[in-house]
Design a protein around this ligand. Structure first.
Ligand code: 3SL
Length: 244
């Protein structure tokens, strides 16, 4: 398997066609997607645009849908849920379709949606994603961070590095496809024993803590490696369900 890492969706090349893309947004969209599906949500359908989300969600039966929106780290007014994974409890989301739009994570998924296999990864479902990739043995995989509005995000690259480390690429660096993948591995190896500190130190972690100290609970949850055994996978354009 040859792995490439791109820090942001903007860095993803317009040409080239890997067999699989892995979208990563540790803070917090892909953590929340894994949590929602593990809690029994029927599916998560992602949108870059809030108006489009509202329009499409209308065609779904009201008792079976939840609208989830985040902009600038805050919940969107009038929506049922924001982007705190801790709000996605079984009581709240079981059997519901979550119509979701976030600042970066859902945009990143849209950028990748035409790739044959699209899955999402976060620290909470790291092991499940690694097992899936090992079993599938794709010839080429792109690990794509969501970043923040086009800029690098420390936590997404650390998660890409964690995937590569678990797959054993630290002992076969020459198999990595680009310099970003090598850097991701090095970043993870530096912080692997204290990922919560990395999340707190990251600029998006600081942004969330600035919105309210209670967001530290989200950071602790997002740093909980291997907490969930789900692999969210795109089954139709923009629609993710649980495999695993
Ligand atoms: O940018 C995103 O997609 C979000 O995950 C950001 S936040 O963590 O909800 O602020």
């Amino acid at each position: 398997m040859r792995f490439f890492h791109f820090h942001t969706p903007e860095q993803v090349p317009l040409s080239g066609s890997p067999e699989c893309a892995v979208a990563i947004d540790v803070l917090r969209a892909t953590t929340t997607i894994a949590t929602a599906l593990a809690a029994g949500a029927e599916a998560v359908q992602v949108f870059a645009d809030l108006e489009h989300l509202q329009e499409v969600s209308q065609s779904w039966p009201a008792p079976k849908r939840l609208l989830a929106g985040e902009r600038g780290g805050k919940a969107v007014a009038g929506f049922d849920l924001g982007n705190s994974p801790l709000d996605y409890t079984p009581d709240r989301v079981r059997d519901k379709r979550i119509f979701m739009s976030t600042t970066n994570g859902t945009r990143s998924l849209q950028r990748l949606e035409k790739i044959p296999v699209v899955i999402t990864a976060a620290l909470v479902n790291l092991g499940a994603v690694v097992d899936f990739l090992k079993q599938a043995a794709f010839s080429e995989v792109w690990l794509v961070g969501s970043g923040w509005e086009g800029a690098f995000a420390l936590e997404d690259t650390a998660c890409a590095g964690a995937i590569l480390y678990r797959l054993g690429y630290h002992i076969q660096l020459e198999q990595l496809g680009n310099d970003e993948a090598v850097a991701a591995l090095a970043l993870y190896q530096t912080w692997q024993t204290d990922l919560l500190t990395l999340l707190r130190r990251s600029s998006h972690g600081q942004r969330l803590l600035g919105l309210g100290p209670e967001n530290d609970q989200d950071l602790a949850y997002c740093a909980a490696v291997d907490h969930l055994a789900v692999v969210p996978r795109q089954v139709q354009l923009g629609v993710l369900t649980h495999t695993g």
